[in-house]
Every structure is written in structure tokens, then in C-alpha cells.
Design a protein around this ligand. Structure first.
Ligand SMILES: [Zn+2]
Length: 575
């Protein structure tokens, strides 16, 4: 190489270096509205969108996108980070790295963790930062606002006032359905962080992992044993305190609700680390800074322990599929939360205003152990008649694999006898249904028509399948009114048989069914009679709710049938 070429090369290198430094300086100038105001104001939706676009424009290592639109047409932003860059889920899985999803602001008014996350996004995008260096070891997905319509109103719910963090099973609200379908059930992250404002003063961050007994407990245990202590230590270095969600007294610390309709529990049901960060009452700068440290800490933990994170998720996934394929194990359908088998120490605030005191509590119970109070055996598959199409729609929203019988088939099934049916408001469902069942199931051979739905439990979503199709759980297709048209009539308690309203209602339904009225009733009735003739078996074919046979009230069977042993069936996957 001659001298002039050497000089040219030197100049080119210098120019490149200068350009690089300029780019770094540019990235460092990009600030959220909240940062510019020392965190005393929140970054608005529009400012957040501008900021994300600016960070994107300053970095070659960020891919800004969106995963849908809200009811009011606001775009829901998300960004992908990894090195080398990945652009879609298949590429992300092919890297063999854990996929870590950082999300916040599902409750629109809860904006603190989002402020920390927005800064974390800039750090991930900016060369030379610790966050950016970690991108060699993991894929990071960021969703700073799940609920933009709630964000612009600073409300808990969306524009309809509905709490999106109770919609994870129903997936009825567009913003949350987009998030579940296009992020969680598209990327299948190993870790899913959900940021809120709640928990107990004087802590800066309150955390918790999946709380239901039906999810893989080793995921929850690793969160408790390693991840949260690591995050707590990182926060302590920054002068902040962390402890479990949600609050306590001098005897015990209580934790989050256990229903799978809630983010962290849903995370457990889909076999990932569903982790909660709640930012309790504190100054806004402390809130944003502690949230930032906590976001960084989670990324750091995952980058340092990729194999451990992946192993726990892989085992949980494999366990789900294997238990289903072999039709083994019990499904916890009802649980309570009891104390852990160790004691804990924490601080609580007592009194109000000037009187407020911080009290150290020692040797207290941590009420976080999910204890099954009722279990049911896991079937190989659940079977739904064609008339259960509304329940099938709900299952399909979860991207659950459903098969359809291609020909009439005789199958040995079990079913539950309904002993009670109550209706009452549960979140946005004014007449949510809760059924009780006899402990003994009805066992019968039944002929199912072509078009019957078969839902295997041996699939990635198997835990969700079991919870949604066992009638006695908290969040199933009956709870959320997808079975209303085909449930048996509520049994009349003998003691109240003479009450006029019940009598009147029952009489009306009986009369209608007896006269063969009701299109659905007729269809199912004919199918039932036909099946009975063909097979010549008692109990084959199901008359609809309210039908009578031979003058006797028929058994109030819930039309969700369980196939208890692995059985080959003439099916095709439902498109
Ligand atoms: Zn919240």
C-alpha cells in the first residue's frame, strides 16, 4: 500500500469515527418529555410516538413497528432489538437466544414503568451503552403502551372503561387482543414483563411471578429464588427498595390474584416467565428511575442466564405437550392462596400523613403458595358439538389448535353433571355464569356428528385449553358466556321448587321444548334421535337443554365432553 492510499485510509477512518461520535451525540440528545421535565410530567402518547421515531432514526439496531390499532385508531407501538438483527419470530427462535418482552401501561393511567421503559428503549438502541452490549445475548421486544386509548385519558380501562388486564382469556377488547395475538402468541417470548402502578409504599418496585397452581411451578420458583433477588439487589445499588406485590400487615404479606385473565398468570399458562412490576406511591423521579433500573436489571439477568431461562420455558412447554398427549396428571380447577413454607421480613407504612410510620415486620407469612382445592384429571382432548361454535370462537382467539371430525364417530366420553348455575357480574360481563358439578362424571359412548370439534390438551396452549374447558375454573368458556345457549337448565333446588318465578321460567322452557319449538332445539333433537337409533345405545346423542325423554327430565349434562384416553380420530385441523 503506497503512502497516499494510507493517508486516504486514515482520513476515511477519521471521518467515520467523527460520524459515529456525532451519531452517539445525537442519540444522547434524544430525551422523553418526562426526562426533560425532571420526570415531573408524563410523556404523552403523541410525544412517546415522536420519541420512538427519533430513537429509531438514530440507531441501526432498533426496528420500530406496531402490533395493531386501538378502538379509537391509535397505533400500538413496539420495537425489536437484537444483534444480529432479527425481523420476525422465526428468526428470533433460530438465534437460540431468550426472547424478553418488556411491556407496560395496560392500565392507561399507570405510566411510571412506561417512562423507565422508554429510556431503556433508547439505551438498547444506542451503541456504547450497557443495555446495547447485552443485545448479543438476547432478543428484546418492547411495548411501552399496551393501552394508548387509556393512556390519553389517564384511566385504568380503555375508551369503553374496560380493564384490559382482565381480558387475557376472553380477548374481546381489540387493544389487548392485538397484544396477545400479535406479540405474545406470535413471538412466544420466554419472559413477559408487565409494568403497573400499584404495590405498597415505601417500596419503589413491587414484583411477582405467575401465581396459579396450573402453571409450571419451576418458572415461579426461579423468579422467586433468583430473578427477584437479583432485581432487588440492583435496585438497592441505586438506593431503591423492592419487594413483592401487593401489601401486608404485621402478620402476613398478600400477593396478586391468581386468575389467568390477568397478565402474569396468563404468562404462566402460556409457559413463560410472566413477571409483574408495580411502581408504588413515590416521587415521580424516583418512580421513573427505579423503573428504569428494574427494566435494566431484568434484561441483565436474562443476558447473564440465557440457558437457565430457556431451559425452564422449554421444560414447561414440553411438559404441557407430553401431559396432554398421554392424558396424564391433574388439572387444578380451584385453588386458594396459602403461606409459603418459609417466613419473611419486610417493611410496612402505618398511619396517614404526618402520622405515617415505617414499621419493620419480621417472621411473617408470605401468602403466595397456590394450593389446589379441587382437581380434575387431564383428558386427551375435549369435545365440543358443532352448536358450541361460540366457545370455539373464543378458543380460536387464543390460537389454540382445534380439529374437526370429518365423519360421524362413536367416542367413549365423560361429561359433568351440572348441580348449580349462578349468574352475576364479573368484570365487564353482567351475567357471567358459574356452574357447580357433581364430583362423579357421567361416562357414556356417544356418536358425534361430522363437524364436531376436538381440542387436544397436548399442545403448547394445553394449559389454557384445560382451564378454558374445565367447567369449574374461574375463566372458562362458560364463565364468559360462550356456552349460554347450550347449557342445561339450572337445576331447581328442591326446597325452593314452589317459588313462582322459578316455576314460571321452568314451565315456559319446558313447554317450548316439549312442543319442539326452537330451531336449535329441533336440530340437536333430531341429531340426537338419529344417533340413538343408529347405535342403539342408551345415552347416545344429546337432546338439547330442556328436552325430556320418556317423560323423565334428562340429566343436566354440560356439553363439554372429555376424551380420557389417547385415541386416533378422523379429523382435520380447523382453519
Ligand atoms: Zn395496573
Amino acid at each position: 500500500m503506497n503512502r497516499s492510499r494510507k493517508r486516504l485510509l486514515t482520513i476515511m477512518l477519521a471521518v467515520l469515527l467523527l460520524l459515529g461520535m456525532q451519531k452517539l451525540a445525537l442519540a444522547q440528545e434524544i430525551r422523553t418529555t418526562s426526562e426533560r421535565a425532571d420526570f415531573e410530567v408524563y410523556t404523552s402518547y403523541e410525544e412517546m410516538m415522536d420519541y420512538l421515531q427519533q430513537v429509531q432514526a438514530s440507531s441501526t439496531e432498533m426496528l420500530l413497528s406496531d402490533f395493531g390499532e386501538t378502538i379509537e385508531g391509535r397505533v400500538q407501538p413496539f420495537a425489536i432489538f437484537s444483534r444480529p438483527m432479527v425481523t420476525n419470530p422465526a428468526e428470533a427462535w433460530a438465534t437460540g437466544k431468550p426472547i424478553v418482552l418488556l411491556a407496560a401501561n395496560v392500565h392507561g393511567g399507570e405510566r411510571t414503568v412506561r417512562e423507565g421503559l422508554l429510556i431503556c428503549i433508547r439505551e438498547l438502541a444506542t451503541a456504547g451503552t450497557e443495555m446495547n452490549e447485552l443485545l448479543d445475548d438476547l432478543v428484546v421486544l418492547t411495548v411501552p403502551s399496551i393501552n394508548p386509548d387509556g393512556l390519553v385519558r389517564a384511566t385504568r380501562g380503555n375508551s369503553l372503561g374496560i380493564d384490559l388486564n382482565r381480558d387475557y382469556i376472553k380477548l374481546e377488547q381489540p387493544a389487548l387482543r392485538n397484544f396477545a395475538q400479535n406479540i405474545l402468541l406470535t413471538w412466544y417470548p420466554h419472559v413477559f414483563l408487565d409494568g403497573h402502578n400499584g404495590g405498597a409504599y415505601p417500596y419503589n418496585i413491587c414484583y411477582q411471578g405467575p401465581a396459579h397452581a396450573a402453571s409450571n411451578q419451576s418458572i415461579t420458583h426461579l423468579s422467586d429464588r433468583e430473578i427477584f433477588p437479583f432485581i432487588g439487589a440492583e435496585l438497592e445499588k441505586g438506593g431503591f427498595k423492592a419487594w413483592y406485590y401487593s401489601g401486608g400487615n404485621e402478620e402476613a404479606w398478600r400477593t396478586a390474584p391468581t386468575e389467568p385473565r390477568i397478565s402474569i398468570n396468563y404468562g404462566g399458562f402460556i409457559n413463560c416467565f410472566g413477571l409483574l412490576y408495580e411502581s408504588p406511591r413515590q416521587s415521580r423521579p424516583d418512580g421513573a428511575n427505579s423503573a428504569l433500573i428494574a427494566c435494566r436489571a431484568l434484561v441483565k439477568y436474562c443476558a447473564r442466564n440465557p440457558e437457565k431461562i430457556k431451559m425452564h420455558v422449554d421444560l414447561a412447554r414440553r411438559e404441557t405437550v407430553e401431559l396432554g398427549q398421554k392424558a396424564q396428571g391433574e388439572i387444578p380447577v380451584q385453588i386458594r392462596t396459602g403461606p409459603k413454607d418459609y417466613k419473611v421480613s419486610y417493611v410496612i407504612a402505618q398511619g396517614r400523613g404526618e402520622e405515617e410510620q415505617i414499621i419493620q415486620v419480621t417472621n411473617a407469612d408470605l401468602m403466595m403458595e397456590p394450593i389446589p382445592t379441587k382437581t380434575r384429571p387431564r383428558p386427551y382432548a375435549y369435545i365440543l358439538e358443532p352448536r358450541a361454535y361460540k366457545a370455539v370462537e373464543m378458543l380460536k382467539r387464543q390460537k389454540i389448535m382445534i380439529e374437526v371430525l370429518q365423519e360421524e364417530t362413536e367416542i367413549d366420553v365423560e361429561a359433568y353433571l351440572m348441580t348449580g348455575l349462578e349468574r352475576g357480574p364479573v368484570y365487564d360481563h353482567p351475567a357471567s355464569a358459574t356452574v357447580t358439578c357433581a364430583d362423579e362424571t357421567v361416562k357414556r359412548t356417544q356418536t358425534f356428528p361430522k363437524g364436531t370439534y376436538i381440542v387436544r390438551t397436548g399442545q403448547m396452549m394445553g394449559r389454557v385449553v384445560c382451564h378454558m374447558l374445565e367447567p369449574e375454573t374461574t375463566d372458562n368458556v362458560i364463565t364468559w358466556n360462550a356456552m349460554d345457549a347450550i347449557l342445561p337448565r339450572a337445576p331447581r333446588p328442591p326446597a325452593q321448587a314452589d317459588q313462582p318465578p322459578t316455576e314460571q321460567r321452568a314451565g315456559r322452557i319446558r313447554a317450548g321444548a316439549g312442543a319442539g319449538a326452537g330451531a336449535a332445539g329441533q336440530r340437536a333433537g333430531r341429531a340426537g334421535a338419529g344417533a340413538a337409533q343408529r347405535t342403539g345405545r342408551a345415552g347416545a346423542g344429546m337432546p338439547p337443554a330442556g328436552m325430556q325423554r320418556g317423560g323423565q327430565a334428562r340429566e343436566p349434562i354440560i356439553p363439554i365432553f372429555k376424551l380420557m384416553i389417547p385415541t386416533a380420530l378422523p379429523t382435520k385441523i380447523l382453519k
